[in-house]
Design a protein around this ligand. Structure first.
Ligand code: T3D
Length: 265
């Protein structure tokens, strides 16, 4: 039997999904998509999961689309390949699933994240990178534009000037620099990478899930609306959170000077 292309592990309330095509720097094939999206769906539906960590096996996080995959590899003159179909059918559902998970998603970027691999990492809620990792908008080097959400994410994360610079040059951005310009949450020493990721995952898993999911949804929605409408939308979401048990627990714990135990999802 062949090895799974996505390894699934559970530690406490943390579900870790590891892209597992290390020889090709975990680049995406149709088969890997076939395993990753269901793994996320399963995690979303499992009440025992309160944080998902996405990472890569070996020395890379993900080198984007597998350029040798016959489904998308250019076939020569007169035989165009329908790239848009792959994006619509594969990357869009994946990115939207990550962005709408009922629990926080950490991208633990252990090595290079290139092309759609970078877009998928940046779609996650918290990106922690090992200091030796890097981010590459590899698309321009092969005559493409940033996809899988790249053109939407980049300017929102780092502003137009840097988004265009990164996208056009395709230059390698070291993890430290990515953190400095606000592309990611943190870069950490390689020796501390695993423990830092585990600590953050454990911390997030103990937080109020509904509040985290609503915060993410409202920050994304707020970017598409005006200030007043954003305040009203925040209020509506806050109204729902205010009725949930986690809010009552949070306040009770604060007043009793004890640690809260959040259970909603
Ligand atoms: O096509 C569509 O459907 C549209 C969707 C597009 C989405 C995209 O993601 S487009 C962007 C695709 N990705 C790339 O263009 C990145 C290609 N890879 C690289 O530029 C380099 O590999 C890296 C800069 C990421 C890392 O460089 P390095 O020197 O550390 O490693 P390497 O030696 O280049 O790669 C190691 C192996 O992984 C190597 O295989 P080998 O020679 O040992 O057998 C290499 O061919 C393989 N590999 C790396 N990236 C890919 C890949 N194989 C297939 N597809 C890849 N994307």
């Amino acid at each position: 039997m062949s090895e799974p292309l996505v390894l699934i592990a559970q530690q406490g309330a943390v579900r870790t999904l590891t892209l597992n095509r290390p020889k090709s720097l975990n680049s995406f094939t149709g088969e890997m998509h076939d395993e990753l999206l269901p793994a996320l769906e399963t995690a979303a539906a499992d009440a025992a999961v309160r944080c998902v960590v996405l990472t890569g096996a070996g020395r890379g996080f993900c080198a984007g689309q597998d350029l040798a995959d016959p489904a998308v590899a250019p076939r020569g003159e007169g035989q165009p390949v329908e790239v848009s179909e792959v994006i619509e059918r594969r990357y869009k559902p994946l990115a939207l699933r990550i962005r709408s998970m009922p629990v926080p998603v950490i991208a633990a970027v252990n090595g290079v994240a290139a092309g759609a691999g970078a877009s998928i990492a940046l779609a996650c809620d918290i990106v922690i990178a090992a200091r030796s990792a890097s981010f590459i908008q590899a698309f321009s080097k092969i005559g493409l534009l940033p996809d899988a959400g790249g053109t939407w994410l980049l300017p929102r994360l780092v502003g137009r000037a840097r988004a265009i610079g990164l996208a056009i040059t395709g230059d390698k951005l070291p993890a430290d620099e990515a953190a400095r310009i606000g592309l990611i949450w943190r870069a950490v020493d390689d020796a501390e990478f695993a423990s830092e990721v585990a600590a953050m995952a454990e911390r997030l898993a103990a937080m109020p899930m509904k509040a985290i999911a609503e915060t993410r949804a409202q920050i994304d929605a707020g970017m598409l609306t005006n200030y007043g409408d954003a305040i009203s939308a925040e209020g509506r979401r806050q109204g729902e959170l205010g009725k949930a048990p986690d809010f009552a627990e949070g306040v009770a714990a604060f007043l009793a000077k004890r640690a809260p135990v959040f259970k909603d999802r």
